[in-house]
Ligand binder design. Structure first.
Ligand SMILES: Nc1ncnc2c1ncn2[C@@H]1O[C@H](COP(=O)(O)OP(=O)(O)OP(=O)(O)O)[C@@H](O)[C@H]1O
Ligand SMILES: [Mg+2]
Length: 205
């Protein structure tokens, strides 16, 4: 693949969108051709799936939830991510396969091996060149989200978030080119850690 695939991961409200925008600007300043996208969603079809999966008042059972995420991913990967990478772009994606392992695997107790198999099918085997995993203390979930709308997954309780947190830590350890970032720090400190990792992974000189 000619381009580079950077994924931002971590629980709700940990700062992915904030850092994704800053990352986009840094890469543009370095003259890179960049695409910023997100999961679930990223294309017209996948955004419709996103609406279903995140709608607070819908009854979505764990296995249906898993397949909705994977359906969104299959569409998004084929329609948008792979063509951009083939065209040599840097693709920044908010959430990808690790989120499904953390939420539906650790959070919902669905078999991780099965999720990994579905991830491989949905991504056609595509794996990120760099995964940045932002983890913050749980107290910030409330503090940073005070005025935010809560989607269906954000309405889960603290024990769900604790299982996911453990999940992200374990998943980061076993994922190639994945780094844990302390998201309790201030926005600019985190941004400079991200830039350091871009150098380390030779995404910028
Ligand atoms: N390091 C930080 N310190 C303090 N506040 C932050 C930090 N990073 C982000 N925020 C604030 O926290 C809130 C959530 O951040 P953001 O939307 O970037 O998180 P997210 O991970 O994209 O959330 P979601 O999972 O809901 O998409 C925003 O109001 C943002 O301004
Ligand atoms: Mg976001």
């Amino acid at each position: 693949m000619k381009g580079k695939f950077i994924v931002l991961e971590g629980p709700d409200r940990c700062g992915k969108s904030t850092q994704a925008k800053m990352l986009l600007n840094t890469l543009l300043e370095h003259g890179k051709d960049v695409l910023l996208t997100r999961e679930p969603g990223g294309t017209d079809t996948a955004e419709k799936i996103r609406q279903i999966v995140l709608e607070p008042d819908l009854d979505v059972r764990p296995m249906a939830e898993l397949f909705l995420y994977e359906a969104s991913r299959a569409q998004h990967t084929q329609e948008k991510i792979l063509p951009a990478l083939e065209a040599g772009k840097i693709v920044i994606c908010e959430r990808y396969t690790m989120s499904t392992c953390a939420y539906q695997g650790y959070g919902r107790n669905i078999d991780l091996k099965m999720i990994e198999t579905l991830n491989k099918i949905a991504t056609l085997g595509l794996v990120p060149d760099l995964t940045l995993v932002f983890l913050m203390s749980d107290k910030y979930f409330t503090q940073r989200g005070e005025y935010l709308y809560s989607d269906r997954l954000e309405q889960e309780d603290i024990s769900f978030r604790q299982k996911m947190r453990k999940g992200y830590i374990e998943l980061t350890k076993k994922t190639k080119n994945a780094h844990l970032i302390d998201a309790d720090k201030n926005i600019d400190v985190i941004q400079s850690e991200v830039v350091e990792l871009l150098h380390k992974h030779k995404i910028i000189d």
